[in-house]
Design a protein around this ligand. Structure first.
Ligand code: HEM
Length: 551
């Protein structure tokens, strides 16, 4: 190499050393000053440490949940990451409750971040899910106008449709899987079943997704959700959403819905702007319809898939559920008297089954991205300073799901133990209040801020997530937030519970489930999980079916 060619070397070395020194200084400054700024994980790459994107690559990865959990374990209940600027991540159960409450410390949804979801999901048009301003017509009109769809009274009327879908699926499993010995690919079946249910219950529309093994919509949607959640919003899924047009057209073509039709579609057509009494523009109604369809099926499908997985990998749990069902005359055993049909009252009648579902939702909660809030004023959260206007990201579903909700030790956090919801707590754990067994909830709103001793103290609280003793003093109901809470809690929670319980009870009363060997060990499944708005298994969860045998 000629000497002249090498002249740039010292300059390059100096520039590199200079950048490293600046990166270190920035990283050090971020970590140390000011004193009450929450801790931050090391940057993804030291060069990124120079920018406001220090952790952005982690948020574009499908295993974001792993980073987030690791950081929470190391850094505690509040930490800060740099994506496009600082994002304050809150994982402490009590603090999350403050952030999502209506109280003094309550924070509204983040307008810009939810605007991005609009761009990705509803052609940029606002709808209930993404509206940050709770005084806006869209929030007031749709939250109130859609509430009757999810009342227990209305859901009870829809229950026969849900049961019919679940029974149809079970019959198909009988001929296509039990009789042939083929495995059931739960991910696909659950998506197709929940799509059919939301179609029929919500919009009197039959997607016929259960009728064929491959459903174009389900498959395209899944692929796009993976792309969406790993692309920081650069992959609009408009092409898929165009398929919702047919549902909208069907609902619209029916004209004025009869007064007793409280389906989502009918109410979407009725809702008027509270401020003027005028109808919303047609595109807003369409965006709301797509929003409800998206929110209404994939989350429930993932919940059912994980519950089947958790129950199948715990034969002891499955046996106890079978005993509950047998006791109620629901277990279908070949050669024995015909089991009775599932009824509405059965959905809340089985404490052990419901505890198993709840425990599965704790470990593999569906809405894994949590919620994004904006801090309305300079605030102290757990003793840390959160500047006005900052983004507060509460991946409630990831972290709280893993919290030790009943004060047992860290080592039992990851254990699937329905018992923890039933008062027979594992060794060393405090029993749960009996009122904490799962019910179809009449309402989730109205929760005030929890009384959090020390939460407004001037010094940072200890990183409670990482406390080996767990969250002493956190009421279990406050640490388990799969549907969030407060004014922006999930409006569809009751429908989700009805769907999930009906589907699972229909399956469990008919079949004994075993995991197909292709699923691998639990550690392998955990390692394969991906975030695609919902927490996905990453490997197909295949089940082998057997008939129940007499006791
Ligand atoms: C197991 C199933 C479900 C889970 C785990 C779930 C979870 C959640 C969570 C955590 C939120 C708050 C998100 C945020 O703050 O950004 C939410 C909001 C919402 N969910 Fe669900 N959801 C489920 C099923 C459903 C169903 C079946 C529907 C409707 C058919 C639905 C409709 C909505 C809507 C419209 C919102 C926005 C509410 C608002 O901001 O006022 N969800 N859901």
């Amino acid at each position: 190499m000629a000497a002249a060619d090498r002249e740039w070397l010292p300059m390059a070395a100096t520039a590199l050393a200079g950048s490293a020194a600046v990166a270190y200084a920035v990283y050090h400054l971020k970590k140390t000053a000011p004193k009450n700024r929450p801790p931050s994980p090391p940057p993804y790459h030291w060069l990124l440490g120079l920018s406001n994107f220090a952790h952005a690559p982690c948020f574009a990865k499908p295993d974001l949940h792993r980073y987030a959990t690791e950081w929470a374990n190391k850094l505690g209940g509040v930490y800060v990451v740099y994506i496009k600027g600082p994002f304050y991540v809150v994982t402490d159960a009590l603090l999350v409750n403050q952030v999502i409450s209506r109280g003094d410390m309550g924070m509204p949804k983040h307008p810009e971040i939810y605007r991005t979801t609009d761009e990705m999901l509803t052609f940029g048009l606002p709808q209930l899910f993404s509206t940050a301003d709770e005084s806006a017509d869209i929030f007031r009109g749709y939250r109130k106008g859609l509430a009757p769809c999810f009342s227990l009274e209305n859901l009870k009327k829809s229950f026969p449709k849900v049961r019919a879908c679940a029974q149809k699926m079970v019959s198909l499993w009988e001929t296509q899987c039990l009789a042939t010995g083929d495995a059931v690919i739960t991910d696909s079946w659950m998506s197709r079943a929940t799509l059919d249910i939301i179609g029929q219950v919500g919009f009197n529309y039959d997607f016929k997704a259960l009728d064929s093994e491959h459903n174009e919509f389900v498959e395209a949607m899944h692929e796009n959700l993976v792309a969406l959640s790993t692309s920081l919003g650069e992959d609009p899924i408009g092409a898929i959403l165009a398929k919702f047009t047919s549902v909208y057209e069907a609902v619209k073509s029916r004209g004025e819905p009869p007064a007793d039709d409280q389906s989502i579609g009918a109410n979407l057509m009725r809702i008027k702007k509270p401020s003027t009494g005028e109808p919303f523009p047609e595109e807003t109604v369409f965006a709301s319809l797509t929003g409800m369809l998206i929110a209404g099926y994939d989350t429930t499908a993932a919940t059912c898939m994980w519950a089947l997985y958790d129950i199948a990998r715990h034969p002891d749990v499955q046996k106890r559920i079978a005993q509950e069902l047998a006791g109620a005359g629901l277990l279908q055993v070949p050669g024995q008297a015909h089991a009775r049909q599932l009824e509405w009252a059965d959905l809340t009648a089985f404490p052990y089954f419901n505890a198993a579902l709840k425990e599965s939702m704790r470990l593999h909660t569906a809405a894994a991205m949590g919620t994004f809030r904006q801090c309305p004023k300079d605030a102290m959260l757990g003793g840390w300073h959160i500047p006005k206007g900052s983004t507060v990201f509460d991946p409630c579903s990831i972290h709280l799901a893993q919290l030790d909700v009943l004060n047992s030790t860290c080592s039992t956090r990851q254990v699937f133990d329905p018992q923890r919801w039933l008062g027979e707590a594992p060794t060393g754990a405090k029993p749960a209040p009996t009122s904490n067994t799962v019910h179809l909830h009449a309402s989730t709103t109205g929760a005030g801020p929890p009384v959090a001793e020390g939460s407004t103290a001037s010094g940072p609280t200890k990183p409670s997530f990482a406390t080996p003793q767990g969250h002493a003093g956190v009421p279990p109901g406050k640490a388990m937030l799969p549907f969030s809470d407060g004014t922006r809690s999930c409006i569809g929670m009751n429908l989700a519970y009805m769907d999930a319980r009906t589907i699972l009870l229909a399956i469990l009363s008919k079949f004994w489930l075993e995991l197909d060997p292709s699923v691998g060990s639990h550690a392998e499944v955990e390692a394969a999980q991906v975030m695609a708005l919902v927490l996905n298994s990453g490997v197909p969860i295949k089940l082998r079916l057997k008939s129940h045998v007499p006791n």
